[in-house]
Design a protein around this ligand. Structure first.
Ligand code: FES
Length: 150
């Protein structure tokens, strides 16, 4: 066990965990930030995507020891009232079906738009390629990203 001071959504949290504990479990089990989801656990589906220093990462495969002194943002910290432009576009296009993968989808989309404010269809497809949606909401996801990029 080791103690870590973590900067999550602009607040400092202290946790006492094994250094190899995936960030996902710290978020969900220690900090009750359950908007970030467990899908595959092996960095293949994107359900657990959060931002570390503004970059989208897979928190299921990211040890807590690697994030000390770095800024982490989860879906809960993206906006005060769920009104980030990407979240608004998601609502406008009624994107979710079951909803399970959507926080990861949104975090990946926000990371894309932070790096490229006006992505082409091809760039959107490439950026979102690793985020799996079992309901197949891909067409609406792409449309929402286009709307948010305007
Ligand atoms: Fe992390 Fe699937 S749960 S990528």
């Amino acid at each position: 066990m080791a103690q870590y001071n973590l900067n999550i959504n602009g607040k400092t949290h202290q946790v006492d965990v094994d250094p190899n504990t995936p960030l996902l479990w710290v978020l969900r089990d220690h900090l009750d930030l359950v908007g970030t989801k467990f899908g595959c656990g092996i960095a293949q589906c994107g359900a657990c995507t959060v931002h570390v220093e503004g970059n989208a990462i897979r928190s299921c495969s990211y040890p807590v020891s690697a994030i000390e002194d770095k800024k982490v943002v989860t879906i809960e910290g993206l906006s005060e009232k769920g009104d980030h432009p990407v979240q608004k576009a998601w609502l406008e296009h009624d994107v979710p079906q079951c909803g399970y993968c959507q926080s990861g989808q949104i975090m990946t989309a926000v990371s894309l738009l932070n790096q490229n404010s006006n992505p082409t269809d091809e760039e959107i497809s490439q950026a979102m390629n690793g985020n799996i949606c079992r309901c197949g909401t891909y067409t609406r996801i792409k449309a929402a990203i286009k709307t948010a990029s305007k």
